[in-house]
Design a protein around this ligand. Structure first.
Ligand code: KE4
Length: 416
Protein backbone atom coordinates (compact mmCIF):
# COMPACT_ATOMS: atom_id res chain seq x y z
CA UNK A 1 0.00 0.00 0.00
CA UNK A 2 1.44 3.45 -0.88
CA UNK A 3 3.02 4.76 2.31
CA UNK A 4 1.68 1.67 4.09
CA UNK A 5 -1.64 3.35 4.82
CA UNK A 6 -5.15 3.74 3.43
CA UNK A 7 -5.23 7.48 4.09
CA UNK A 8 -2.15 9.76 4.09
CA UNK A 9 -2.48 11.44 7.48
CA UNK A 10 -2.18 8.02 9.17
CA UNK A 11 1.45 7.69 8.03
CA UNK A 12 2.66 10.16 10.69
CA UNK A 13 4.80 11.97 8.06
CA UNK A 14 4.60 15.31 9.86
CA UNK A 15 5.25 14.07 13.41
CA UNK A 16 8.54 12.24 12.81
CA UNK A 17 7.79 8.79 14.17
CA UNK A 18 6.51 5.45 13.03
CA UNK A 19 2.72 5.21 12.97
CA UNK A 20 1.09 2.97 15.53
CA UNK A 21 -1.02 0.09 14.25
CA UNK A 22 -4.34 -0.25 16.05
CA UNK A 23 -5.21 -3.66 17.46
CA UNK A 24 -8.42 -2.82 19.31
CA UNK A 25 -10.43 -0.04 20.88
CA UNK A 26 -12.63 0.11 23.94
CA UNK A 27 -14.34 3.24 25.22
CA UNK A 28 -11.84 6.10 25.06
CA UNK A 29 -8.86 3.71 24.83
CA UNK A 30 -6.96 2.28 21.87
CA UNK A 31 -4.53 -0.65 22.13
CA UNK A 32 -1.77 -0.98 19.52
CA UNK A 33 -0.18 -4.16 18.13
CA UNK A 34 2.51 -3.95 20.83
CA UNK A 35 -0.19 -3.91 23.54
CA UNK A 36 0.47 -0.24 24.38
CA UNK A 37 -2.69 1.55 25.52
CA UNK A 38 -3.55 5.16 24.72
CA UNK A 39 -6.28 7.63 25.58
CA UNK A 40 -7.64 8.27 22.09
CA UNK A 41 -8.39 11.79 20.80
CA UNK A 42 -8.35 10.74 17.12
CA UNK A 43 -11.72 9.01 17.42
CA UNK A 44 -11.35 7.90 13.79
CA UNK A 45 -11.21 11.66 12.95
CA UNK A 46 -14.70 12.29 14.23
CA UNK A 47 -17.15 9.39 13.83
CA UNK A 48 -16.64 7.89 17.29
CA UNK A 49 -18.59 10.37 19.39
CA UNK A 50 -19.57 7.46 21.68
CA UNK A 51 -16.02 6.09 21.81
CA UNK A 52 -14.87 2.65 20.61
CA UNK A 53 -17.30 -0.31 20.50
CA UNK A 54 -20.27 1.33 22.24
CA UNK A 55 -22.59 -1.54 23.16
CA UNK A 56 -25.75 -0.19 21.45
CA UNK A 57 -23.85 0.25 18.18
CA UNK A 58 -22.12 -3.14 18.32
CA UNK A 59 -25.42 -4.85 19.10
CA UNK A 60 -27.26 -3.07 16.29
CA UNK A 61 -24.56 -3.86 13.73
CA UNK A 62 -24.37 -7.51 14.80
CA UNK A 63 -28.14 -7.88 14.48
CA UNK A 64 -28.14 -6.20 11.06
CA UNK A 65 -25.23 -8.32 9.83
CA UNK A 66 -27.24 -11.47 10.47
CA UNK A 67 -30.06 -10.20 8.24
CA UNK A 68 -27.84 -9.14 5.34
CA UNK A 69 -25.00 -6.70 4.80
CA UNK A 70 -26.28 -5.21 1.55
CA UNK A 71 -29.21 -5.60 -0.81
CA UNK A 72 -28.96 -2.87 -3.40
CA UNK A 73 -32.55 -2.14 -2.48
CA UNK A 74 -34.35 0.37 -0.24
CA UNK A 75 -34.65 -0.76 3.39
CA UNK A 76 -36.62 0.40 6.41
CA UNK A 77 -33.42 1.28 8.26
CA UNK A 78 -32.44 3.72 5.50
CA UNK A 79 -35.78 5.48 5.79
CA UNK A 80 -35.50 5.55 9.58
CA UNK A 81 -32.04 7.18 9.57
CA UNK A 82 -33.17 9.60 6.85
CA UNK A 83 -36.08 10.71 9.04
CA UNK A 84 -33.83 11.05 12.11
CA UNK A 85 -31.51 13.36 10.16
CA UNK A 86 -34.37 15.35 8.59
CA UNK A 87 -36.14 15.74 11.95
CA UNK A 88 -32.95 17.13 13.49
CA UNK A 89 -32.28 19.80 10.84
CA UNK A 90 -34.76 22.58 10.13
CA UNK A 91 -33.42 23.16 6.62
CA UNK A 92 -33.49 19.55 5.52
CA UNK A 93 -36.55 18.12 3.78
CA UNK A 94 -34.84 15.39 1.75
CA UNK A 95 -31.53 13.54 2.11
CA UNK A 96 -29.46 11.14 0.02
CA UNK A 97 -27.00 8.69 1.60
CA UNK A 98 -23.55 8.10 0.13
CA UNK A 99 -20.45 6.31 1.45
CA UNK A 100 -18.00 9.12 2.23
CA UNK A 101 -17.80 12.80 2.90
CA UNK A 102 -15.99 13.18 -0.41
CA UNK A 103 -19.02 11.81 -2.24
CA UNK A 104 -21.39 13.99 -0.23
CA UNK A 105 -19.62 17.26 -1.01
CA UNK A 106 -18.94 16.29 -4.63
CA UNK A 107 -22.64 15.55 -5.13
CA UNK A 108 -23.83 18.70 -3.36
CA UNK A 109 -21.64 20.80 -5.63
CA UNK A 110 -22.93 19.05 -8.76
CA UNK A 111 -26.46 19.78 -7.53
CA UNK A 112 -25.67 23.44 -6.82
CA UNK A 113 -24.24 23.90 -10.33
CA UNK A 114 -27.25 22.19 -11.91
CA UNK A 115 -29.80 24.15 -9.89
CA UNK A 116 -28.24 27.55 -10.58
CA UNK A 117 -26.84 26.76 -14.06
CA UNK A 118 -23.65 28.53 -12.96
CA UNK A 119 -20.17 26.91 -13.01
CA UNK A 120 -18.12 28.36 -10.17
CA UNK A 121 -17.89 27.09 -6.59
CA UNK A 122 -16.20 29.00 -3.77
CA UNK A 123 -14.25 27.18 -1.08
CA UNK A 124 -12.17 28.56 1.77
CA UNK A 125 -8.41 28.11 1.97
CA UNK A 126 -7.60 25.49 4.58
CA UNK A 127 -11.06 23.93 4.58
CA UNK A 128 -11.13 20.30 3.46
CA UNK A 129 -14.11 18.72 1.80
CA UNK A 130 -12.67 15.40 0.66
CA UNK A 131 -10.52 14.63 -2.35
CA UNK A 132 -12.77 15.21 -5.38
CA UNK A 133 -10.82 17.01 -8.10
CA UNK A 134 -12.50 20.37 -7.92
CA UNK A 135 -12.15 20.62 -4.14
CA UNK A 136 -8.55 19.49 -3.79
CA UNK A 137 -7.38 23.08 -4.01
CA UNK A 138 -5.73 24.75 -1.01
CA UNK A 139 -7.40 22.00 1.00
CA UNK A 140 -6.85 21.32 4.66
CA UNK A 141 -6.30 18.13 6.66
CA UNK A 142 -3.86 15.69 5.05
CA UNK A 143 -3.49 17.85 1.95
CA UNK A 144 -2.25 20.69 4.18
CA UNK A 145 -0.18 18.39 6.34
CA UNK A 146 1.72 16.99 3.38
CA UNK A 147 2.60 20.48 2.15
CA UNK A 148 1.01 20.26 -1.30
CA UNK A 149 -2.45 21.71 -0.78
CA UNK A 150 -3.22 21.41 -4.48
CA UNK A 151 -2.62 17.94 -5.85
CA UNK A 152 -0.96 16.82 -9.09
CA UNK A 153 -3.36 15.05 -11.40
CA UNK A 154 -6.03 17.74 -11.15
CA UNK A 155 -6.29 19.57 -14.49
CA UNK A 156 -6.61 23.34 -14.30
CA UNK A 157 -9.69 23.02 -16.49
CA UNK A 158 -11.39 21.56 -13.42
CA UNK A 159 -10.03 23.93 -10.78
CA UNK A 160 -10.60 27.01 -12.94
CA UNK A 161 -14.14 26.89 -11.57
CA UNK A 162 -12.99 26.62 -7.97
CA UNK A 163 -12.68 30.07 -6.40
CA UNK A 164 -10.81 30.57 -3.15
CA UNK A 165 -11.55 32.79 -0.17
CA UNK A 166 -9.91 33.16 3.23
CA UNK A 167 -12.07 31.61 5.97
CA UNK A 168 -13.75 34.20 8.22
CA UNK A 169 -13.21 37.08 5.77
CA UNK A 170 -16.66 38.44 4.90
CA UNK A 171 -15.31 41.49 3.04
CA UNK A 172 -13.37 39.23 0.67
CA UNK A 173 -16.54 37.21 0.10
CA UNK A 174 -18.55 40.37 -0.68
CA UNK A 175 -15.92 41.49 -3.16
CA UNK A 176 -15.80 38.11 -4.90
CA UNK A 177 -19.57 37.94 -5.21
CA UNK A 178 -19.70 41.52 -6.50
CA UNK A 179 -17.17 40.58 -9.16
CA UNK A 180 -18.39 37.13 -10.19
CA UNK A 181 -21.95 36.60 -8.95
CA UNK A 182 -23.12 35.60 -12.43
CA UNK A 183 -20.61 32.69 -12.34
CA UNK A 184 -20.99 31.56 -8.73
CA UNK A 185 -23.20 28.51 -8.16
CA UNK A 186 -22.46 28.45 -4.47
CA UNK A 187 -20.03 28.44 -1.59
CA UNK A 188 -19.08 25.36 0.42
CA UNK A 189 -17.50 25.71 3.84
CA UNK A 190 -17.08 24.00 7.14
CA UNK A 191 -19.23 26.19 9.45
CA UNK A 192 -16.57 25.47 12.06
CA UNK A 193 -13.26 24.80 10.34
CA UNK A 194 -11.88 21.49 11.61
CA UNK A 195 -9.33 20.62 8.93
CA UNK A 196 -6.77 23.25 9.72
CA UNK A 197 -7.32 22.74 13.41
CA UNK A 198 -10.48 23.96 15.17
CA UNK A 199 -11.45 27.47 14.06
CA UNK A 200 -14.91 28.84 14.95
CA UNK A 201 -16.71 31.21 12.59
CA UNK A 202 -16.20 34.90 13.39
CA UNK A 203 -19.34 36.65 14.73
CA UNK A 204 -21.58 37.54 11.78
CA UNK A 205 -19.57 35.52 9.26
CA UNK A 206 -22.09 32.78 8.59
CA UNK A 207 -24.96 35.29 8.61
CA UNK A 208 -23.09 37.38 6.05
CA UNK A 209 -22.56 34.41 3.74
CA UNK A 210 -26.24 33.53 4.04
CA UNK A 211 -27.19 37.07 2.95
CA UNK A 212 -24.70 37.04 0.05
CA UNK A 213 -26.06 33.72 -1.26
CA UNK A 214 -29.64 35.01 -1.01
CA UNK A 215 -28.70 38.23 -2.80
CA UNK A 216 -26.80 36.56 -5.62
CA UNK A 217 -28.82 33.37 -6.26
CA UNK A 218 -26.07 31.13 -4.93
CA UNK A 219 -26.33 27.92 -2.89
CA UNK A 220 -24.95 27.98 0.66
CA UNK A 221 -23.49 24.55 1.40
CA UNK A 222 -22.47 23.70 4.96
CA UNK A 223 -20.01 20.84 4.97
CA UNK A 224 -20.96 19.36 8.36
CA UNK A 225 -19.23 16.04 7.75
CA UNK A 226 -17.15 16.74 10.87
CA UNK A 227 -19.43 19.12 12.82
CA UNK A 228 -22.68 17.28 12.11
CA UNK A 229 -24.16 15.93 15.38
CA UNK A 230 -20.71 16.55 16.88
CA UNK A 231 -21.14 20.07 18.28
CA UNK A 232 -24.92 20.16 18.80
CA UNK A 233 -27.92 17.83 18.49
CA UNK A 234 -28.91 20.06 15.56
CA UNK A 235 -25.37 20.33 14.12
CA UNK A 236 -23.41 23.58 13.74
CA UNK A 237 -26.28 25.16 11.81
CA UNK A 238 -28.43 24.98 14.95
CA UNK A 239 -25.57 26.12 17.17
CA UNK A 240 -25.21 29.30 15.09
CA UNK A 241 -28.83 29.62 13.91
CA UNK A 242 -28.02 29.72 10.19
CA UNK A 243 -29.85 27.43 7.76
CA UNK A 244 -27.83 26.46 4.68
CA UNK A 245 -29.44 25.44 1.39
CA UNK A 246 -27.56 22.12 1.39
CA UNK A 247 -25.88 20.23 4.22
CA UNK A 248 -23.24 17.52 3.88
CA UNK A 249 -23.00 15.02 6.73
CA UNK A 250 -20.77 12.04 7.54
CA UNK A 251 -18.68 10.59 10.36
CA UNK A 252 -21.09 10.62 13.37
CA UNK A 253 -24.14 9.65 11.25
CA UNK A 254 -22.36 6.39 10.41
CA UNK A 255 -21.13 5.72 13.94
CA UNK A 256 -17.83 4.43 12.58
CA UNK A 257 -19.19 2.80 9.43
CA UNK A 258 -18.81 4.22 5.90
CA UNK A 259 -21.78 6.54 5.73
CA UNK A 260 -22.32 10.13 4.63
CA UNK A 261 -25.18 12.15 3.24
CA UNK A 262 -26.23 15.39 1.59
CA UNK A 263 -29.60 17.03 1.78
CA UNK A 264 -31.68 20.17 1.90
CA UNK A 265 -34.94 21.63 0.60
CA UNK A 266 -37.01 19.23 -1.48
CA UNK A 267 -37.10 21.66 -4.40
CA UNK A 268 -33.31 21.34 -4.61
CA UNK A 269 -32.99 17.62 -3.88
CA UNK A 270 -35.63 16.84 -6.52
CA UNK A 271 -32.96 17.61 -9.12
CA UNK A 272 -31.25 14.34 -8.13
CA UNK A 273 -31.84 11.18 -10.17
CA UNK A 274 -34.15 9.38 -10.43
CA UNK A 275 -36.46 12.24 -9.38
CA UNK A 276 -34.57 14.66 -11.59
CA UNK A 277 -31.76 14.77 -14.16
CA UNK A 278 -28.64 15.15 -11.97
CA UNK A 279 -26.89 11.81 -11.69
CA UNK A 280 -25.32 10.36 -8.56
CA UNK A 281 -25.28 6.73 -7.46
CA UNK A 282 -23.54 4.26 -5.15
CA UNK A 283 -23.47 0.47 -4.73
CA UNK A 284 -23.32 0.54 -0.95
CA UNK A 285 -25.13 3.81 -0.34
CA UNK A 286 -27.52 3.39 2.61
CA UNK A 287 -26.26 -0.12 3.36
CA UNK A 288 -27.96 -1.81 6.31
CA UNK A 289 -24.83 -2.09 8.50
CA UNK A 290 -24.02 1.61 8.21
CA UNK A 291 -27.67 2.50 8.75
CA UNK A 292 -27.81 0.33 11.87
CA UNK A 293 -24.64 1.93 13.27
CA UNK A 294 -25.92 5.40 12.44
CA UNK A 295 -29.36 4.84 13.95
CA UNK A 296 -27.85 3.43 17.16
CA UNK A 297 -25.39 6.32 17.42
CA UNK A 298 -27.92 9.09 16.80
CA UNK A 299 -30.41 7.39 19.13
CA UNK A 300 -27.87 7.63 21.94
CA UNK A 301 -26.67 11.18 21.26
CA UNK A 302 -30.10 12.67 20.52
CA UNK A 303 -31.74 11.25 23.64
CA UNK A 304 -31.86 14.26 26.03
CA UNK A 305 -31.79 11.89 29.01
CA UNK A 306 -28.23 10.90 28.11
CA UNK A 307 -27.11 14.56 28.27
CA UNK A 308 -24.36 13.67 25.77
CA UNK A 309 -23.69 17.21 24.56
CA UNK A 310 -23.75 18.60 28.07
CA UNK A 311 -21.20 16.00 29.25
CA UNK A 312 -18.99 16.55 26.18
CA UNK A 313 -19.08 20.31 26.78
CA UNK A 314 -18.03 19.97 30.43
CA UNK A 315 -15.22 17.48 29.80
CA UNK A 316 -13.90 19.35 26.75
CA UNK A 317 -13.94 22.69 28.57
CA UNK A 318 -11.96 21.13 31.41
CA UNK A 319 -9.42 19.80 28.89
CA UNK A 320 -9.13 23.19 27.19
CA UNK A 321 -8.47 25.01 30.48
CA UNK A 322 -6.07 22.31 31.67
CA UNK A 323 -4.03 22.40 28.46
CA UNK A 324 -3.78 26.20 28.63
CA UNK A 325 -2.66 26.15 32.26
CA UNK A 326 -0.13 23.37 31.63
CA UNK A 327 1.38 25.26 28.70
CA UNK A 328 1.51 28.50 30.68
CA UNK A 329 3.28 26.79 33.58
CA UNK A 330 5.84 25.37 31.13
CA UNK A 331 6.17 28.78 29.45
CA UNK A 332 5.12 27.38 26.06
CA UNK A 333 2.99 29.77 23.97
CA UNK A 334 -0.14 28.01 22.71
CA UNK A 335 -3.69 28.91 21.74
CA UNK A 336 -6.22 26.24 22.64
CA UNK A 337 -9.40 26.67 20.56
CA UNK A 338 -12.55 24.63 21.01
CA UNK A 339 -16.13 24.27 19.90
CA UNK A 340 -17.94 21.60 21.87
CA UNK A 341 -15.87 18.42 21.77
CA UNK A 342 -13.71 19.65 18.88
CA UNK A 343 -10.45 21.05 20.22
CA UNK A 344 -7.00 22.02 18.89
CA UNK A 345 -3.84 23.17 20.67
CA UNK A 346 -2.16 25.57 18.25
CA UNK A 347 1.55 26.19 18.77
CA UNK A 348 1.32 29.91 18.08
CA UNK A 349 4.12 32.47 18.30
CA UNK A 350 2.47 34.11 21.32
CA UNK A 351 0.07 32.56 23.80
CA UNK A 352 -3.65 33.03 23.25
CA UNK A 353 -3.16 34.52 19.77
CA UNK A 354 -6.52 33.90 18.04
CA UNK A 355 -6.24 31.54 15.08
CA UNK A 356 -8.93 32.69 12.66
CA UNK A 357 -7.87 31.51 9.19
CA UNK A 358 -5.29 29.56 7.22
CA UNK A 359 -2.74 32.38 7.28
CA UNK A 360 -2.79 32.27 11.10
CA UNK A 361 -2.45 28.48 11.09
CA UNK A 362 0.51 28.65 8.70
CA UNK A 363 2.44 30.58 11.37
CA UNK A 364 2.14 27.74 13.88
CA UNK A 365 5.28 25.83 14.89
CA UNK A 366 4.68 22.38 13.38
CA UNK A 367 8.03 21.09 14.64
CA UNK A 368 7.06 21.98 18.19
CA UNK A 369 3.71 20.26 17.63
CA UNK A 370 5.57 17.15 16.40
CA UNK A 371 7.69 17.02 19.57
CA UNK A 372 4.58 17.52 21.69
CA UNK A 373 2.79 14.75 19.77
CA UNK A 374 5.64 12.30 20.39
CA UNK A 375 5.90 13.20 24.06
CA UNK A 376 2.15 12.73 24.52
CA UNK A 377 2.37 9.36 22.77
CA UNK A 378 5.08 8.36 25.26
CA UNK A 379 2.71 9.40 28.05
CA UNK A 380 -0.07 7.21 26.65
CA UNK A 381 -2.12 9.92 24.96
CA UNK A 382 -2.90 9.55 21.24
CA UNK A 383 -3.50 12.81 19.35
CA UNK A 384 -4.27 13.26 15.65
CA UNK A 385 -0.79 13.32 14.04
CA UNK A 386 -0.90 16.86 12.65
CA UNK A 387 -1.13 20.44 13.84
CA UNK A 388 -3.87 20.83 11.22
CA UNK A 389 -6.27 18.33 12.73
CA UNK A 390 -8.95 18.54 15.40
CA UNK A 391 -8.87 16.48 18.58
CA UNK A 392 -12.13 14.76 19.50
CA UNK A 393 -13.44 14.13 23.01
CA UNK A 394 -15.94 11.27 23.13
CA UNK A 395 -18.80 10.35 25.46
CA UNK A 396 -16.54 7.50 26.63
CA UNK A 397 -13.91 9.92 28.00
CA UNK A 398 -14.27 10.55 31.73
CA UNK A 399 -12.77 12.89 34.32
CA UNK A 400 -9.91 10.49 34.96
CA UNK A 401 -8.96 10.39 31.28
CA UNK A 402 -9.06 14.19 31.05
CA UNK A 403 -6.97 14.56 34.21
CA UNK A 404 -4.41 12.05 32.87
CA UNK A 405 -4.28 13.94 29.58
CA UNK A 406 -3.68 17.28 31.30
CA UNK A 407 -0.98 15.72 33.46
CA UNK A 408 0.67 14.20 30.39
CA UNK A 409 0.51 17.57 28.62
CA UNK A 410 2.27 19.19 31.56
CA UNK A 411 5.17 16.78 31.13
CA UNK A 412 5.12 17.09 27.32
CA UNK A 413 5.15 20.91 27.36
CA UNK A 414 8.00 20.89 29.88
CA UNK A 415 10.03 18.55 27.66
CA UNK A 416 9.77 20.89 24.61
P1 KE4 B 1 -14.22 11.36 3.75
O1 KE4 B 1 -14.24 11.29 2.23
O2 KE4 B 1 -12.81 11.20 4.32
O3 KE4 B 1 -15.24 10.42 4.40
O4 KE4 B 1 -14.72 12.82 4.16
C1 KE4 B 1 -14.06 13.94 3.62
C2 KE4 B 1 -14.35 15.14 4.51
C3 KE4 B 1 -15.27 16.07 4.07
N1 KE4 B 1 -15.57 17.16 4.82
C4 KE4 B 1 -14.98 17.35 6.03
C5 KE4 B 1 -15.34 18.56 6.82
C6 KE4 B 1 -14.03 16.42 6.53
O5 KE4 B 1 -13.46 16.63 7.73
C7 KE4 B 1 -13.70 15.29 5.75
C8 KE4 B 1 -12.67 14.28 6.19
N2 KE4 B 1 -11.93 14.61 7.35
C9 KE4 B 1 -10.59 14.08 7.47
C10 KE4 B 1 -10.04 14.45 8.85
N3 KE4 B 1 -9.59 15.80 8.90
C11 KE4 B 1 -10.53 12.61 7.23
C12 KE4 B 1 -9.27 11.94 7.72
C13 KE4 B 1 -8.51 11.32 6.57
O6 KE4 B 1 -8.47 11.91 5.48
O7 KE4 B 1 -7.95 10.22 6.80
Amino acid sequence: MPGGVSSPVRAYKSVGCEPIFAKSGSGCMVTDLDENQYIDYVGSYGPLILGHCPEPVVAAMTKAARKGSSFGMPTEAETKLANMVIDALAGMEQVRFVNSGTEATMSAIRLARAATEKPAIIKCTGCYHGHSDGLLVEAGSGALTLGHPSSPGVPSAITDNTLLLPFNDLDAAKQLFEAKADQIAGIILEPIAGNMGTIPPAPGYLEGLRELCDKHNAILIFDEVMTGFRVHRGCAQSLYGITPDLTCLGKVIGGGMPCAAYGGKAELMQFMAPAGPVYQAGTLSGNPLAMAAGIATLTEVLDPKNEVYERLEALSAKLQVGLGEAAWEANVPVTVQRVGSMITCFFTEQENTPVTCYDDVAKCDTEKFAKFFRAMLDEGVLLPPSQFETWFVSFAHDEAAIDKTINAAGKAFTAL
